[in-house]
Design a protein around this ligand. Structure first.
Ligand SMILES: [Zn+2]
Length: 95
């Protein structure tokens, strides 16, 4: 029975999702959830990348969205005092 894991996903619209996880004692993947396959370029034979092969003991696409999280307001604009000493002048980079 695969364990379930709750985590937060999404960049723009964050939501809480429940995802399937690999079997910790799976004989095929040893709980890793899959295998990496290095592959080489067909002509030169040099290393060209790594393929991720998910194991059969879990389904990485099986997920349930529990509920969307509210967007947290971000105060990135500094509070400026119009009457402060730095009024009209700033050497801060614009971020
Ligand atoms: Zn497995």
């Amino acid at each position: 029975m695969p364990r379930l894991r709750i985590h937060v996903t999404g960049w723009d619209r964050r939501s809480l999702v429940l995802t399937d996880t690999p079997q910790p004692d799976c004989p095929d993947c040893d709980g890793e959830g899959g295998h990496n396959h290095d592959y080489g370029d067909h002509e030169t034979g040099e290393y060209a990348g790594t393929d991720w092969d998910p194991c059969h003991c879990w389904d990485e696409n099986r997920r349930w969205t529990l509920f969307p999280l509210p967007r947290l307001p971000r105060r990135r604009t500094p509070q400026t005092d119009p009457w402060g000493p730095a009024s009209g002048y700033s050497d801060e980079p614009p971020f």
